[in-house]
Structure formats: structure tokens, C-alpha cells
Design a protein around this ligand. Structure first.
Ligand code: SF4
Ligand code: SF4
Length: 467
């Protein structure tokens, strides 16, 4: 091995690829990828972007398909309203998501980052293509960067950054639509600006954040800022599938010579895999934390291998064990344990969501009240009811005593109509014939009915005069 290669092998992990030896920014001029994997990514990215920008407009039963209103603690998923009372479902969903992410990372490495992370999708399929369109190929961009401020450079730079700002502004609005709902956002846009100074400030702040990320920070987000990226090193093991260079097959490297028997490894040292890498790394050095698993280097190397009549897959999706031992991928014990845990959590989640009530009732006896005698043959208790209507429609309900005779008298209303998306509070007397009350504290059941359909049964206690 040459001395400089030895030094490189020892030191390349000492700094991130986006910083030069002198501590300056190492701007990545990545070539546009092409090939099978890039095409798959493109389809996924376009579908993903379509879903991201269109989803806030989708409504079912007049409810947004998805809305995450953190300030008001109101969440709508699949057009179902979730309230703070449903928080445990979110907690379980979060745990399930974390287990899923860990399992996915243990098995498939950083594939999420390269294929579905919004940062990568927006950078590689929105912002970078705009850069190619306005400033030309990476070589032209490099030249433009190094050149003096000519009229052409000013126009190109201004156009690029203006378009970047516009898109960042759109992204900020889209996120706002996920928080407040599209109707609210449209209303805010139509109303005078001075009525929404706070929101406007937030929008400008987030626009500038997105703009800075996509115009300047770029791959540093993935290697340095993103906690998921930083955590991945501890999740990988030698069975994790990653974008790997087959050093057994590729080394020693040597230039390709036509019509000459090849004595070196299959890597012809063309550097295409490096030039196409948006993280600015050389995958032949081994697995690196900057690699986002975008597969661009696989496409680049496959194209080279094809052109020199060598077998494709010198860079491929494979585990370290697969490369070093030649053994095929196997599902190890850790992966099996995560899969079982994930399965259990998913089933639990499905049960929780499936059995989630759209009307939730809490009944308690009014504090400080014991019982009253009503006439000569009945005993009455006073109850408070808090009923949450999680739907976006008014629901007429009635309360009925179950299993034994009794009468519910709601204070101040003949018919209880639950207001939509609201906590409804009412007070009612429950009268039960004395003959059915044989204990000081009797267990009773109260049914909540919508028409003749029972939607909930509440267990509570009824006080009587006996010791
Ligand atoms: S090394 Fe390959 S997979 Fe990793 S970021 Fe670079 S091009 Fe993408
Ligand atoms: S693209 Fe393939 S052949 Fe070319 S340098 Fe990279 S690994 Fe070697």
C-alpha cells in the first residue's frame, strides 16, 4: 500500500467529510446519479412529496386526514380525532415507532435516511435538481463558485436562492397546515397580516431554517445534527445490511486496461462512486457515519462494472459478515427478539385503536352529597358526568340504569345532546326503588345510549341508608 493510502486509512475517520483538514467547509459537488436504484428512489420520492404536499387538503367526513395540533393537544389521524385522554395510544405508538426504527436500523442500516427521510428527499429531489437546472453540472457549479461576481453569477445565485426561499416558505406553510388544518391556514392568509404577527414570525423563522438547511447546511444535518444519524453507530452490528464495498473482490485496485488479463482486484479506481456521493465520502474506506444509504454509489459502480465487462455488485447492499465470510445474510437472535417485540406492540396498538371509543364518559357522585329519600319508596343520589364527544358531529344520548329498575333525571335538560369535539358536563339524579338498595354502598352500572345502541357502560357506586 502506498504511504499516502496508509495515512488516509489511519486518519480518514478523524474528521467528518464536510470539513477540510484546515477546518473549512468541504462543499460537496455530487454528480447526478442514474441507474436502477436511483429510479426506484425517484418514484418513492415523487410519491412521498405528492403525499406530503397534498395530505393537508384531504378530508374525510369533513375532518382533515392528518392534523397534529400540539398547542391545543388535538391530534387527527386517519380522520379520527385523538384527545389528550387518548395520550396512552400515542405513547404506545411512539414506543412501537422507536422499536420499529431500531429494528429497521439493525437490519437495514441507514436505508431510511437515504430513501424516506424528508431531509434527503427534499434535498436530493427538489433543491439539488433546482441547483443543477440553474447553475449547471457540479463542475460548472464549482467553476461558478470560484469565479468573480459577474452579472451571470449574480443572476444565477439570486434566482437559485429566491426559488429556494419560495420553496422553503411553501414547506413552512405545509407544516403549518398539518398543525392548524388547511382551512385555518387559508383563513389566516386572507386576513390582514397584523392580526397574525406571531404566526407570521414563526413562519418566517421556519422558512429561514428550511432555507439554511437546504441551501447551506445540507449533509451536515445527517452526519452531525440529526440524533437518529448519531445514534446509528450503536445499533449496527456485523449482520446489519449496509451499502458496502466488497474489498475482498475489489482490492488491490488497478486501472482498467483493455484486452489485458486483469491481475488486480475489480476496482478500477475510477472514483465514480466518490463523485456521485452526496455525503462526500469514499465508500471504499469502509462503513462511515456520513453514509446515508442512498445507493447512488451502487448505481455508479454497477455502470462502471458493466462498461468494463466485470460482474456488477462490487458495491452492494450487504452486511460486513457477508463481505468478509461470503456467507449470506441471516436473521440473528437480536433481530428475532426485536421482531417479536414489534409484533406484540403492533397487535396491542391495533387493539387500542380498534377499541377506542368516540364517546368517553366519566361519572362520579357529587362530592359532599350522601343520599336523599324521594317519596316513600325511592332513594336518590346526585351524580356528575363528564362526557367527551371526540367526533365532529353532535350526538344525542341518554343515560339508563342497567340490570335493576331506576330513573335518571338530568338537571336542566330533557334531551342530552353532546356538543361536537367537546367536553360535555352534566349533573343528574338517579332514583332507585328502596327495595333494590340493600347495602350502604351498592355497585351499579349506568349505560350510555345513542338511540337504542349502547355505546358505553360505566360502573359506579350508589349510596343508601344501610350500614
Ligand atoms: S457512500 Fe454511497 S450510499 Fe453512502 S451516501 Fe455515499 S453514495 Fe450514498
Ligand atoms: S465506482 Fe467502482 S470501480 Fe470505480 S472506484 Fe468506485 S468501487 Fe472502484
Amino acid at each position: 500500500m502506498r504511504e499516502e493510502d496508509l495515512v488516509h486509512a489511519e486518519t480518514y475517520r478523524d474528521r467528518v467529510s464536510s470539513v477540510t483538514n484546515k477546518g473549512k467547509r468541504n462543499w460537496v459537488y455530487a454528480l447526478k446519479p442514474s441507474g436502477r436504484w436511483y429510479n426506484y428512489r425517484k418514484y418513492i420520492a415523487y410519491a412521498y412529496l405528492a403525499v406530503f404536499f397534498v395530505m393537508p387538503f384531504i378530508k374525510v367526513n369533513n375532518l382533515p386526514f392528518m392534523m397534529i395540533n400540539l398547542p391545543e393537544g388535538k391530534f387527527i389521524l386517519f380522520s379520527k380525532i385523538f384527545w389528550p385522554q387518548d395520550f396512552f395510544i400515542f405513547a404506545i405508538a411512539m414506543v412501537t415507532l422507536i422499536v420499529f426504527v431500531v429494528l429497521f436500523t439493525v437490519v437495514f442500516g441507514r436505508l431510511f435516511c437515504g430513501w424516506v427521510c424528508p431531509q434527503t428527499v427534499l434535498l436530493e429531489f427538489v433543491f439539488r435538481p433546482i441547483e443543477w437546472l440553474i447553475e449547471g453540472s457540479p463542475a460548472q457549479q464549482k467553476k461558478l463558485n470560484a469565479s468573480k461576481w459577474t452579472t451571470e453569477k449574480i443572476i444565477k445565485r439570486f434566482t437559485k436562492h429566491f426559488v429556494y426561499l419560495l420553496i422553503s416558505f411553501t414547506i413552512a406553510h405545509t407544516f403549518l397546515a398539518y398543525v392548524l388544518g388547511i382551512d385555518e391556514v387559508v383563513a389566516i392568509i386572507k386576513e390582514p397580516l397584523e392580526e397574525h404577527v406571531g404566526l407570521l414570525t414563526g413562519l418566517i423563522f421556519f422558512t429561514l431554517v428550511f432555507y439554511s438547511v437546504f441551501a447551506f447546511i445540507r449533509e451536515i444535518v445527517c452526519s452531525t445534527i440529526c440524533p437518529y444519524g448519531r445514534l446509528q453507530g450503536v445499533m449496527f452490528d456485523k449482520d446489519t445490511m449496509q451499502i458496502s464495498y466488497d474489498y475482498k473482490r475489489g482490492e488491490p485496485r488497478g486501472k482498467f486496461k483493455k484486452n489485458t488479463e486483469r491481475l488486480e482486484g475489480d476496482c478500477i479506481g475510477c472514483m465514480k462512486c466518490v463523485h456521485v456521493c452526496p455525503a462526500g465520502i469514499d465508500i471504499r474506506d469502509g462503513i462511515q457515519m456520513e453514509c446515508v444509504g442512498c445507493t447512488a454509489c451502487i448505481d455508479a459502480c454497477d455502470e462502471v462494472m458493466e462498461s468494463v465487462n466485470l460482474k456488477k455488485g462490487l458495491i452492494r447492499f450487504a452486511s460486513e459478515n457477508e463481505i468478509s465470510t461470503g456467507k449470506k445474510f441471516h436473521f440473528n437472535t437480536r433481530m428475532k427478539a426485536y421482531t417479536i417485540l414489534l409484533g406484540v406492540l403492533t397487535i396491542f396498538m391495533a387493539i387500542l385503536i380498534g377499541t377506542r371509543k368516540s364517546v368517553d364518559t366519566y361519572i362520579t357522585r357529587v362530592k359532599g352529597q350522601l343520599y336523599q329519600e324521594v317519596g316513600t319508596d325511592k332513594i336518590s343520589n346526585l351524580f356528575d358526568a363528564k362526557i367527551i364527544n371526540k367526533t365532529n358531529e353532535e350526538i344525542p344520548i341518554s343515560l339508563r340504569l342497567e340490570e335493576i329498575p331506576g330513573e335518571v333525571r338530568v338537571v336542566g335538560m330533557n334531551q342530552v345532546i353532546l356538543k361536537k369535539e367537546a367536553l360535555n358536563e352534566l349533573t343528574f339524579f338517579l332514583d332507585i326503588p328502596k327495595t333494590y338498595i340493600t347495602e350502604r354502598s351498592s355497585k351499579i352500572k349506568i349505560g350510555v345510549y345513542r338511540g337504542e345502541e349502547k355505546i358505553q357502560t360505566i360502573k359506579t357506586k350508589f349510596l343508601g341508608p344501610f350500614n
